[in-house]
Design a protein around this ligand. Sequence first.
Ligand code: DQA
Length: 144
Amino acid sequence: MTVQVLNGPNLGRLGTREPEVYGTTTYAQLVELLEDAGRELAMEVRVRQTDDEAEMLRWIHEATDAGDPVVLNPAAWSHTSIALHDALAALDAPLVEVHISNIHKREAFRHHSHVSAVADGVIAGLGIEGYVLALQWLSLRGAR
Ligand code: DQA
């Protein structure tokens, strides 16, 4: 089992993209942080980012076939993509939706996520630590 940490559009630009909203940690540093967290939790973690929705759908289909848990920051697709919702609805393994910012505190168009209805849990507004918390939850859940 590998935990798939999947990141949607523009998240590859973390660090320089709106640092007042998303912080100054770069995407490369986020990957390192999550790989370290995975090692500490003794779990295999694969972190990827894409700006291509078709590629994201392919990764979700692969996770579904493999039975892999998913930690997903769908970024802007949260608010727009029924295709993403439909792909995730077929995932049997746990799904945690993560947002770096608190989407409910921001513009009204960010308040609804098509992903939340098919997620086991949602973490929003806790910065990049939200991803680590998602991995910890998956680890605790596995230990039960
Ligand atoms: C985001 C919030 C989304 O509204 C936005 O489109 C993003 C990032 C977050 O991590 O806070 O790209 O998912």
